[in-house]
Design a protein around this ligand. Structure first.
Ligand code: MN
Length: 255
């Protein structure tokens, strides 16, 4: 089975060398997201010579308050990778100044990514799904993957209409809200992630091979064989990497 983890913080495991070895051995295509531009090069060094790791440049919304001065560095690094994340908005903070700064940073990132046209973004939207989807808009030239989406049904529909993809993780199967979202998603827009090491499975941090648990969960709810689910997810991933223009997503509702 070809497996994909579109959102894993490979640099944040205490034993990252072992996790990288495991990921290579399992052959899981993994987008290694980073939380600040200043750690990108270090993560690239970790991924050196690895077949299955792709390093993304990111600026996590919860770090925007302390790291926003790294935004110009992120803009420079966009020339070195096609993958961007973790970026987005996090409205757990109620501080209007902080929220405004997050929006400014995210707007700049979207604008710079749009100028390339083929970037693949893995996007955080906790308590801010409406705003994130509105900022992406219908014409964003690139691939937007909403990671661990938890917005309303209405926002979900809008994101689907705009051509977004959705990466789901093992933790989402454990809440009623997460299961409702998974059930509402078009099957052709679903990707797998672990968000390791932040998501735990079996009392330990999830790592890329644990996307098998997401495949198993989907196989059960769709009454399909795991292999068929894995094939569908892989073909969705390939499509996410090759459909560079929003216009190609017009048939969203029928997938
Ligand atoms: Mn994350």
């Amino acid at each position: 089975m070809k497996l994909v983890d579109t959102h894993c913080h490979i640099d944040l495991y205490p034993d990252f060398a072992r996790v990288i070895e495991d990921t290579e051995r399992a052959g899981v295509a993994t987008i290694a997201v980073t939380n600040a531009p200043s750690v990108f090069q270090r993560c690239v060094a970790l991924a050196q010579g690895r077949k299955f790791l792709r390093v993304a440049v990111g600026l996590h919304p919860e770090l925007v308050g302390t790291r926003h001065r790294e935004l110009p560095l992120l803009e420079d690094l966009l020339g070195e990778t096609r993958y961007v994340g973790e970026v987005g908005l996090d409205y757990v903070t109620r501080d209007p100044t902080e929220r405004t700064r997050q929006r400014q940073v995210f707007a700049t990132i979207l604008d710079r990514c749009a100028s390339y046209g083929d970037k693949v973004l893995t996007i955080h939207s906790r308590r801010a799904a409406d705003e994130v989807v509105a900022m992406l808009g219908a014409d964003f030239p690139g691939t937007a993957i909403l990671h661990w989406f938890s917005g309303s049904a209405k926002t979900l529909d809008k994101a689907v209409a705009q051509g977004c993809f959705f990466s789901i993780n093992p933790a989402m199967f454990e809440s009623a809200g997460g299961r409702r979202i998974i059930a509402a998603l078009p099957r052709g827009r679903i990707l797998t992630e672990t968000d390791g090491p932040f998501v735990a499975v079996a009392g330990r941090p999830a790592q890329p091979g644990d996307v098998g648990r997401v495949i198993a969960g989907l196989a059960q709810s769709w009454a399909m064989e795991r292999e068929a689910v894995a094939e569908l997810i892989w073909s969705t991933f390939v499509r996410a990497l090759t459909s560079e223009r929003r216009g190609q997503h017009d048939h969203a509702g029928t997938e």
